[in-house]
Design a protein around this ligand. Sequence first.
Ligand SMILES: [Zn+2]
Length: 412
Amino acid sequence: MKPAMTEFQYRCSRCGRAYGRDEVRYLCPECGRSYRPGTPLAGVLEVELDGASIARRFDRSRPDWDLFSPVEREHYPAFPAGGTPFAPAPRLGERLGWPNLWIKNDGLNPSGSLKDRASALVVAEAARLGETTIAAASTGNAASSLAAVCAAAGRRAVIFVPAAAPRAKLVQMLVCGARVVRVLGSYDDAFRLSLEYTRQRGGLNRNTAYNPLTIEGKKTAGLEIFAQNGLRVPEAILVPVGDGVIISGVHKAFKDLRAAGLAERLPRLVAVQAESSAAVHDYIVSGSFRPADSPATVADSISVSVPSNPDLARRAVLESGGFSVTVSDEKILEAQATLAREAGVFAEPTAAATIAALMTDEARRRLDPGWQVVALITGHGLKDVEAPLARLRVPEPVPADFSALPAEPAEA
Ligand SMILES: [Zn+2]
């Protein structure tokens, strides 16, 4: 049986040079030379699939999504990433003003975040290359995901996280047996240290965008939305943005679908950032890049000073006819509660930022109420229970005696 994957080459997103599959692993060798820590990555590579070849082999009645994968299925770890629910949220949608609001709930991946998609693909590539160690820097989710996938695949995960990463995520990494290095510094410091680690000690680096397969792994979220939506393109998809890789992956999904003649257009992509961590948003709006001064947001997964992938994120928004928006921490926590109470979905603050975005004037102005709008929920709420706890009142215990039950509260 021949593998379902499709021939591809890497193409540099900056200079346009093409490279064979085994010629490069990370950045464009030419453009990557100008990369300095503390700046966005230079020369991020994109996988260029042969759309015509996919078009010839794709059967709409029996879709084979492996045709869009740059790694053969035989190398994939025994780890069920993806395949998450895509469902309408009518109560939430009515309340926010988009009755046709849908939720792609990637918090229901095995490790609780969308990052499992990228981790699984990178670990598949490690298997193909015969690499036993995979290293990564992460704000938390990519690391806990990599730890889980490596555990399933029998590979070694070495993880660099900022010391302030939420405890639940740290516990996830440790319980899966990863080697965890807690860095006294920011995510950006952890990123730099992990690059140094693989340069000096070898192994495969999973850093987001630095390893081009992270974009391809995240792409599968977009492919799934299309598949679960009856091979139709929704009008808009809201995506939380930190480094800008998930939104680039979703963009890539629809570009690949279009190149294969399956999608007639791109969905408008809406980049959502936290107010204090808005380097990508500022870049989209102004066209000139500047790091975020001191990111400090409750949405820890998108708390980034120097995003690794602002160029592709900006392109995703502009080419798709979308826009970007920032939201305050207060709105994020309000949205987290609204999403839970109106749709039963407990999302981490980062993921709830997509719902907070739907509460902005910008969204009301730019997104038609008749459109099918999709919120991409990227992480589970149990990842960080401290953040919502501050807004909740935990009831006092009562004796186990019916007569001691407090009176019923008035209906809200
Ligand atoms: Zn280049």
